[in-house]
Design a binder for this molecule. Structure first.
Ligand SMILES: Nc1ncnc2c1ncn2[C@@H]1O[C@H](COP(=O)(O)OP(=O)(O)O)[C@@H](O)[C@H]1O
Ligand SMILES: [Mg+2]
Length: 376
């Protein structure tokens, strides 16, 4: 169970009726380039799912396909059991919030929010009530008659959210909505938006390239790589039990040590590495080239009992102080290897050049096939 789930109203995750949004085997090409490759994604009602991946991996393209702003070359998109694949964007009842807000500059705040209601032919009195409610939701009641051009970035983004949710969309799509905001404001908006959307129970797809943002906000995260979803899971699953080396390295910090499998039994493999023999849960053939990944905070100073722990010795290369914690980088003998150790308390003797013994639990080790290694 993810950390944030415990702080929420009961069982936010359990309520999600699966398959509310169903993206099935969607392929999108631009010329010769396949930008999305037979991608499928199923999102539950009222669920908040982030698409997380580096620039260019296809996040915005997927969002535009769901919104109906692009048509797929293959595959289907359904919301609430209705096939939308060939339905025009304005008939999908899907709300979109973009990075650059896209508010109408010649309209006031209230007029911007009322825009979609007017287009739908909602009666005037009802419009006023809904606009007032939406303004209350984003705590912008006092700004109804302002020109949107007179608002700060954070205020404009609140109005963009109010404008999108006021029409009660069946799905809300958000494309890096906070990337233009400074860090403090972004963190505030993340918590606020999560709160608002959970209370409203709006199913949301949120695009970001910021792993912290995805971890903080999401019920589930879809980690994307070159037009495919590498791992779809809760924030704690993606972080603690990544399915691929790519996911492990994209989400959070990690140590990684390459080696060759020398044997194994009972679900534990033995790997010969420059740091000595490392043992980890997994099933690989002897001779396989693998990479062992460990989160830096799972590694502690000193030896551990051999049955449960890996213990290695290395030389500290760098000491990086973060205030509440310190990160140690160790020297490595092999290209691509990293041994990073995060300590809450730093022993006085630790400095660059010092030799040190560290340990981590076998259970905290993940083993992946080495990238490009054919002999797995
Ligand atoms: N209209 C388009 N024409 C041609 N190529 C495009 C178009 N839109 C996006 N692409 C390409 O598709 C890939 C994915 O883009 P995009 O979905 O915007 O990525 P992301 O949002 O993850 O950064 C990129 O290589 C981009 O250059
Ligand atoms: Mg994008």
């Amino acid at each position: 169970m993810s950390q944030q789930a415990t702080a929420l109203p009961p069982a936010a995750e359990a309520q999600h009726e699966p398959g509310y949004l169903a993206v099935s085997n969607v392929t999108k090409r631009f010329g010769a380039a396949t930008v999305l490759d037979s991608l499928s994604l199923s999102v539950g009602r009222a669920e908040f799912v982030s698409l997380l991946g580096p620039s260019g991996c296809g996040k915005t393209t997927l969002l535009r396909l769901i919104a109906g702003l692009l048509a797929p070359d293959q595959g289907a998109i359904e919301v609430g059991g209705r096939d939308l694949t060939r339905v025009a964007a304005h008939r999908r009842n899907i709300g979109v919030v973009f990075q650059n807000y896209a508010l109408f500059p010649h309209l006031t705040v209230a007029e911007n929010i009322a825009y979609g209601l007017r287009a739908k032919g909602v009666p005037k009195a009802e419009q006023a009530k809904k606009v007032a409610d939406a303004l209350g939701l984003v705590r912008m009641e006092a700004f109804a008659d302002r020109a949107v051009t007179a608002l700060s970035g954070g205020q404009q983004q609140r109005i963009a959210v109010a404008r999108a949710v006021v029409v009660e969309p069946s799905l809300l799509l958000l494309d890096e909505p906070f990337s233009a905001l400074d860090r403090k404001l972004r963190e505030t908006m993340q918590i606020e938006l999560r709160h608002i959307l959970r209370n409203l129970g709006i199913t949301s797809i949120f695009v970001t390239h910021d792993q912290d943002e995805a971890l903080v906000m999401s019920d589930r995260i879809a980690v994307m790589n070159e037009g495919r979803i590498e791992h779809l899971g809760t924030p704690s699953e993606v972080y603690a039990r990544p399915k691929s080396l790519y996911t492990m390295e994209f989400v959070g910090q990690s140590s990684r040590i390459g080696g060759v499998v020398t044997g194994g039994r009972d679900g534990i493999v033995e790997i010969d590495t420059p740091f000595g023999i490392i043992r980890a849960p997994g099933h690989f053939l002897t001779g396989s080239k693998v990479v062992v990944g460990v989160r830096p905070e799972a590694i502690a100073a000193g030896e551990g009992p051999a049955g449960e722990y890996n213990t290695v010795r290395g030389t500290v290369a760098e000491v990086i102080y973060f205030g509440s914690r310190t990160l140690l980088h160790f020297r490595t003998a092999q290209d691509g290897d990293r041994l990073h150790v995060e300590l809450n308390r730093l022993p006085d003797t630790v400095a660059p050049g010092v030799e040190m013994t560290v340990r981590w639990r076998l259970d905290d080790s993940r083993v992946f096939p080495a990238p490009g290694g054919a002999d797995r």
